[in-house]
Every structure is written in structure tokens, then in C-alpha cells.
Design a protein around this ligand. Structure first.
Ligand code: URA
Length: 426
């Protein structure tokens, strides 16, 4: 490409509140992917976008340029309908693990390109890597074979939208995550490159989500559904509550263990309800809405699909999941009812304990995290354990307790429960 752009001019264009032209966006994404734009220049541009925004046409072009930065997969000859879901990120959000297995057990195939933790939110690949031997790197031929036979694969986005992989890591360390056009283009570039025939989005709303208000979340949902439609991929979004963590655990191996409980027909009610609701949406978009997702949890076929997926990717579920070397508890000072538990406080505590990263590429601790023993509106007795904190590095307990303190309280009476599913796009 003849170089007619330069990074400082484009940074200034956005800094001053102007639009980026289509060919300028193409150049930015291509040059950044090829390491021809310095990280500090892209960091400055991201902050300018964060502060000034991008309009619908800029966001669509940014997304298309990120898709074009890598390969785009095509599953039309697979012999099964393909469908995927993506969550915008939450605390204790282990839904992907049972969900892909439920949908596969119902007859669709789920090619799920996943990422690692971002900020205080967990990443599916970090969770799965707590299973001994699990390999998230899947060459395309093996991925195709696994989708045709098992019906589910969770793999590192790798060659899909490599521009997003670089931008995602840079946003994580430059406080530029919570931008509507940057989140929408990040999610949709990976998901459209992955080639699924339809998409369901779980747009999280609340203290533990990147979108704090329902209005913001709806705007993000609409933006992503529009990007899906522009690429002829039927896309629907649910808006779901993320003021309180999902389930009773936040942390990699802790969440895998909870997902296995759900697949065995048990597990926390909210994790089961959201898994079944998202599966129903996915099956409807895949054209097999007559299948019953809940039945696959009760009859063991979803567990069979999960075990087969993990085994196909080298994982061994007969090896016990890692347990952190040290634990500490938080106990109740009085009788009462557990009030709201703030998802951000729990997410930050899990992150401080070692479940997430503070530098790019850092290793996460598989066993680190938080177990919630009393969930909102459950009765509490003085002296009972309310939370257990886990880490391999005990100097992390102090900072984690500081995050958790103030994120929960014991009340005298139960509060009205919050609905889990707040809304949906048409
Ligand atoms: N998930 C993504 O894939 N990208 C974001 O920017 C946020 C959540």
C-alpha cells in the first residue's frame, strides 16, 4: 500500500474530534498489525477514540479492517449448523463451558474462538488451561474434524483477527477497554472471522461489567447486532445482570469445577438458567429451536460432549484440578441475610489473588480466586464462613481483602431479587 498516511496526523485527527476516513482506518490496522506503528502511537490513538468515539461507519470499517488482518473461516460444508455466543465479560462468567457442550449435544456445532482475561474479568482460555493437558491451539484441519465429530471446540483466536489480539492486549494496560466502538469491533471482528453461521451475544450490565448502565449496554448490543447483519450473520443479544457475580466462584480452576457441577445436572441456579437461556437462543438461530437444552444437562449428554471436547484438545479431566497452596476465610460477624455482593469487588479480589494479569503475558494462578459460600438473600449465622480466598502467594491476601471489604454486607431482611435477564434485542 502506498503510504499516504502517518500516525501522528491521524492521532491528532481523532484527538480533535474528527472522523477517520475509510482508507486511513485500513492503513492504521494494517500498519499496526505489521508492527509499523509504534505501541505508544496506537495507545495514544486508542485513548483519543476512547474520549472522542467513532461513528457507526467508522466502527464498521474498523471491524472490517480487523477481520481482514487475518483469515476468515467458513463452516458451510460442515454438515451441522454452526452458531456461537460471546460474552462482553463478567465476574464468575463460566457459562461458555457448559453452554458449548449443551449446544453440541443438541446437534449444532460451536466454533468458539476465545480470549484470555481482560482487566478484572476472567478469560475462558485461562479457565480451560487449568485442566491438565488442555491445548487451546488448534490447527484448522483438526478444528474442522473436532467440530464435525464432537460439535464443540474452544480455541485461541490465533490467526483470526490478529489486529484485535494486539489491540486487546494494549487496551488492557492503557485503560481504554470501556469504549463502545472498541468493544463492539473487538468482539465482532473475532466472531465474524470465526465463521459461525449465527451469533448470540451476552451483553453484561452492572458493576462488574464494562457497561455499567442498561442504556449503554443496549447501545453496545445494537451496535454489535448491526455489525452482524452487515456481514449477513444473524445476531441477537441478551442483556444480563452483572451486578453480582455469576454462580459461587470467581477464578480459573474454581470456575471449571463449578461448570462441571452444572454439566452433572447440579450447580448454582443462575449459571444453569443463563446457560439454558443462551442455548435456547443459539438453537433457535441455528434452526433447531425444537431441541431442549435443559434435557442435555439432566441426561448427561452435555457432560459427554464436554468430556469429548476436552479430550480432543489433549485435556485430562481425571487429573484433579489445581488447588491453591493457601486459603483464608471471611466470616460473618452477626446473624442476618446476605445482601448484594458487588461483582467488581469480587472480580478485583480474584485478580489480586492471582487469577488475572497485571502485565501482558504474565502467568495466572490456576487455583487462585474467591468462593462465595452465602449468596445474596441467603440466611447467615454469626461465625459462619461467607467467602474463602485462595492463592499460592499469601502476600496477596491483604490487597484482596481490601478489594472485597465494602463489596458485601449482612442485612436484616432479604431484598427483592434482581432479574438475571434484563432485555434482548429484537
Ligand atoms: N470482549 C472482547 O472480545 N473484547 C472486548 O473489548 C471486551 C470484551
Amino acid at each position: 500500500m502506498a503510504v499516504k498516511f502517518d500516525a501522528p496526523t491521524l492521532i491528532a485527527t481523532k484527538r480533535d474530534g474528527h472522523r477517520l476516513a475509510d482508507d486511513a482506518i485500513d492503513w492504521l490496522i494494517e500498519a499496526y498489525t505489521a508492527a509499523e506503528i509504534a505501541e505508544e502511537q496506537m495507545a495514544a490513538l486508542l485513548m483519543a477514540i476512547f474520549l472522542r468515539g467513532m461513528d457507526a461507519a467508522e466502527t464498521a470499517r474498523w471491524t472490517a479492517a480487523m477481520i481482514a488482518s487475518g483469515e476468515r473461516m467458513d463452516w458451510r460444508d460442515l454438515g451441522r449448523p454452526t452458531v456461537d455466543k460471546h460474552s462482553t465479560g463478567g465476574v464468575g462468567d463460566k457459562i461458555t463451558l457448559p453452554l458449548v457442550a449443551v449446544v453440541a449435544a443438541c446437534g449444532a456445532a460451536v466454533p468458539q474462538a476465545s480470549g484470555r482475561g481482560l482487566g478484572h474479568t476472567g478469560g475462558t482460555l485461562d479457565k480451560l488451561e487449568s485442566i491438565a493437558g488442555f491445548d487451546p491451539v488448534l490447527p484448522t484441519a483438526r478444528l474442522r474434524e473436532q467440530l464435525a465429530t464432537v460439535g464443540a471446540a474452544i480455541f485461541a483466536a490465533g490467526a483470526l483477527a490478529p489486529a484485535d489480539a494486539k489491540l486487546y492486549a494494549l487496551r488492557d494496560i492503557t485503560a481504554t477497554v470501556e469504549s463502545l466502538p472498541l468493544i463492539a469491533s473487538s468482539v465482532m471482528s473475532k466472531k465474524l472471522a470465526e465463521g459461525a453461521g449465527a451469533l448470540v451475544l451476552d451483553v453484561k450490565v452492572g458493576s462488574g461489567a464494562f457497561m455499567k448502565s442498561a442504556a449503554q449496554a443496549r447501545q453496545l448490543a445494537d451496535m454489535m447486532v448491526e455489525l452482524g447483519a452487515a456481514h449477513e450473520v444473524p445476531t441477537r443479544a441478551l442483556l444480563t445482570d452483572m451486578n453480582t457475580p455469576l454462580g459461587a466462584t470467581a477464578g480459573n480452576a474454581l470456575e471449571v469445577a463449578e461448570a462441571l457441577e452444572v454439566l452433572a445436572g447440579g450447580g448454582p441456579d443462575d449459571v444453569v438458567a443463563l446457560t439454558v437461556a443462551l442455548a435456547a437462543e443459539m438453537l433457535a438461530l441455528a434452526g433447531i429451536g425444537d431441541r431442549d437444552p435443559a434435557a442435555t444437562l439432566a441426561d448427561g449428554t452435555a457432560m459427554d460432549a464436554f468430556v469429548a471436547m476436552v479430550a480432543a484438545q489433549g485435556g485430562d479431566l481425571s487429573v484433579p484440578l489445581p488447588v491453591a497452596a493457601c486459603s483464608e476465610t471471611v466470616t460473618a460477624a452477626r446473624d442476618g441475610t446476605m445482601g448484594e455482593i458487588d461483582a467488581m469487588a469480587v472480580g478485583m479480589a480474584a485478580w489480586r489473588l492471582g487469577a488475572g494479569r497485571s502485565r501482558p503475558g504474565e502467568r495466572v494462578q490456576a487455583g487462585a480466586g474467591v468462593r462465595i459460600h452465602r449468596r445474596p438473600n441467603e440466611p447467615v449465622r454469626a461465625g459462619e464462613t461467607l467467602f474463602t480466598l485462595y492463592t499460592d502467594t499469601p502476600e496477596r491476601f491483604g490487597p484482596a481483602r481490601d478489594e472485597l471489604d465494602g463489596g458485601w454486607r449482612i442485612c436484616d431482611t432479604p431484598a427483592a431479587p434482581r432479574p438475571l435477564i434484563i432485555g434482548a434485542t429484537p
